[in-house]
Ligand binder design. Sequence first.
Ligand SMILES: Nc1ncnc2c1ncn2[C@@H]1O[C@H](COP(=O)(O)OP(=O)(O)OP(=O)(O)O)[C@@H](O)[C@H]1O
Length: 344
Amino acid sequence: MIELKDISKVFRKKNIDIKALTEVNLKIPEGRIYGIIGSSGAGKSTLIRCINLLERPTQGQVLINDVDLMTLSPGKLIDVRRKIGMIFQHFNLLSSRTVFENIAFPLELIGTSKEHIQLKVKELLDLVGLESKSDEYPASLSGGQKQRVAIARALASDPAVLLCDEATSALDPATTRSILNLLKDINKRLNITIVLITHEMDVVKAICDDVAVLSEGRVIERGSVREIFSNAKTDLTQQFINSSLHVDIAHEYLNRLVQVSEDNGKDLLLKVRFNGASTDQPLLSSIVKLFGIDYEVLNAKMDTLGDMQVGVMLLKISGSIDAITNVINYFKDKKLEVEVIGYV
Ligand SMILES: Nc1ncnc2c1ncn2[C@@H]1O[C@H](COP(=O)(O)OP(=O)(O)OP(=O)(O)O)[C@@H](O)[C@H]1O
């Protein structure tokens, strides 16, 4: 278990104090994948670097299995850090070393025998799917392959915790998915606790069990990913969720979109967001029966979080102003989030 207690971090720059973190409290249970999401400058990097004291908090305690890292001697801290692997957005590989030598590096530092290094590196190359790249140099690898090498290197000293500092931010969507799948596999197979920071809810949704939302150095919301998606309490969290579930509106409609329907003859464009509780109900067929309207689903995106479905739909609804008003109220009664885009 990782526990951050009342962590604050103040940077001093040209006699000005910059408060990067303020009284952050987090409990990260063993074996979980814990996401920390926030906008640029929210303090994510500072926070994740406080976990292994790459950044020393100005105040507070960093407890790993009840040991406060802030009180350890430099020697003891090195021992503890060996059990906390870390990967970075830009991979931080040694360009003059081959893939094999990069992964072997932390083992060489602690005087591991050549035979053991051979076995261990081969096992790790196998785990990250890079057996054939052993003798290549980083320059000849793709971004995804570089991150796989970095992951293998971080796992070389059998860590209990893996810290991921925007590990997929420099990768394209398909490569991001494959790296996230690898992290999830590592978490399950090796029972390694993973803490990751990101500015994308898609990353959280893809692999995290829990998430904390960081804003201006403070944790403003935390919980299981499922809880947060079904019941976000702050606007910022909702914005992050919305950004991960967006539907585009075709130019054909955007070009003739107006905000008021003066003649009762226009169709309404409506964006409707829902979570598990509401998708079970036959909502669309109900609105036809109840209010005598026609509808068309122009775009929809759905996702599954555990056994819960979340999604967003873009609907075009044809009917009288009164019927349309009834539809909007009906959706709201069903606890759907409704956004009127305009009339076309
Ligand atoms: N070494 C430093 N010296 C001075 N200020 C710093 C230092 N590191 C971070 N800060 C400041 O602390 C605040 C939080 O920065 P941090 O890098 O932790 O945010 P972040 O959420 O990781 O942002 P990004 O997503 O842009 O990397 C910012 O105002 C930043 O300018």
